[in-house]
Design a protein around this ligand. Structure first.
Ligand SMILES: NC(=O)c1ccc[n+]([C@@H]2O[C@H](COP(=O)([O-])OP(=O)(O)OC[C@H]3O[C@@H](n4cnc5c(N)ncnc54)[C@H](OP(=O)(O)O)[C@@H]3O)[C@@H](O)[C@H]2O)c1
Length: 289
């Protein structure tokens, strides 16, 4: 295994900038990393930001931030993994046959969890779970608004907020998506293509607004999100599906004493102990389903 297949970019821009090659050198492990042969990889919105230029990268850049597979080599200082372990990981460059990942970004897969499940719950489920457990600690009786409630992160947020006892309101673009969101824990849905989100949230909450608003849509929804967050509530703007939120004046938080957070998942996973805790909790949720 000296060469492998990979998809990378030499320049950020349109999808035409994606380059596929089958003679890329297999990365070498460092003292603290693990080399993984990918079985399944996750494809995420962040990959499009790395490709388009919304997020900076150093070039050339191999796309992809998560996958599941088998450990084929370990660095000299690695103690928690051995060759042959089934693992899931975040980080690295996963649009490739092999990915070199710092030990802190790798987690073992329990026997009952498939590679497909592992690779599909990483970025999306950890993002959703850190948001409802740390960004805003959802409690029984809360009302939580989830934008793009039928998307990957959105569906998981609906499930998790419902599981934690909240009343969940989801915004979606179509009736079909509304049905999907309701099947995943949304108590109310707003089809924003024909309904006014602010008016509907006010109707549902008797004008109080939501304890937390979880917004991965960004530019198109930010102002509505501010409007429907209740006094002392929390607005978490965690994505840019419609584009990045333009610069705001901090005083927009003042009338209702709002808290505003703009998280990124990887800042929750800097230490191995932290990432083990979050992965452990998400695996437990998966086993309970
Ligand atoms: N902060 C973090 O660490 C982190 C981690 C993971 C993901 N994210 C962010 O979370 C967001 C959702 O990710 P995802 O994986 O759940 O994506 P996804 O499954 O593709 O869902 C995105 C949804 O956003 C809605 N949307 C509204 N305007 C859109 C537009 N102009 N273009 C495309 N979609 C639009 C669509 O739902 P409707 O049709 O119902 O409008 C779409 O289904 C992304 O912005 C992503 O970057 C952030």
């Amino acid at each position: 295994m000296s060469t492998m297949r990979a998809v990378f970019i030499n320049e950020q821009g349109s999808i035409d900038n994606l380059i596929y090659k089958d003679d890329i050198p297999v990365p070498k492990v460092t003292a603290d990393s693990v080399l993984i042969k990918n079985r399944v990889i996750g494809v995420n919105f962040i990959d499009t930001y790395h490709r388009s230029g919304l997020y900076p990268v150093s070039l050339p850049f191999t796309l992809g931030k998560e996958g599941a597979g088998d450990v084929v080599q370990v660095g000299a200082n690695v103690t928690d993994f051995k060759v042959g372990d089934r693992v899931v990981y975040l980080g690295g460059a996963s649009y490739a046959d092999y990915t070199n990942v710092p030990e802190a970004g790798v987690e073992k897969l329990a026997d009952e969890i498939t590679y497909e499940q592992g690779a599909s719950i990483g970025i999306q489920a950890l993002t959703a779970w850190t948001m409802v457990r740390d960004g805003y600690k959802v409690q029984k009786g809360d009302t939580v608004l989830v934008h793009a409630a039928a998307g990957g992160v959105g569906l998981l947020l609906c499930q998790m907020a419902h599981h934690l006892g909240a009343t969940v309101i989801g915004t979606v673009s179509t009736d079909e998506k509304a049905q999907l969101a309701r099947a995943n824990g949304a108590d109310h849905t707003i089809v924003y293509t024909r309904e006014n989100t602010v008016e509907r949230v006010n109707e549902i909450t008797n004008g109080l607004g939501c304890h937390a608003v979880l917004d991965g849509v960004g530019k198109d929804t930010f102002q509505d999100s501010l409007a429907v967050t209740r006094r002392l509530g929390t607005l978490i703007s965690f994505g840019n599906a419609s584009g990045a939120v333009p610069p705001i004046s901090i005083t927009c938080l003042t009338p209702k004493n709002l808290k505003l957070m703009r998280p990124q998942l990887f800042a929750y996973l800097a230490e191995r102990k932290e990432s083990q805790k979050w992965w452990g909790e998400v695996f437990d949720l998966l086993k309970k389903k």
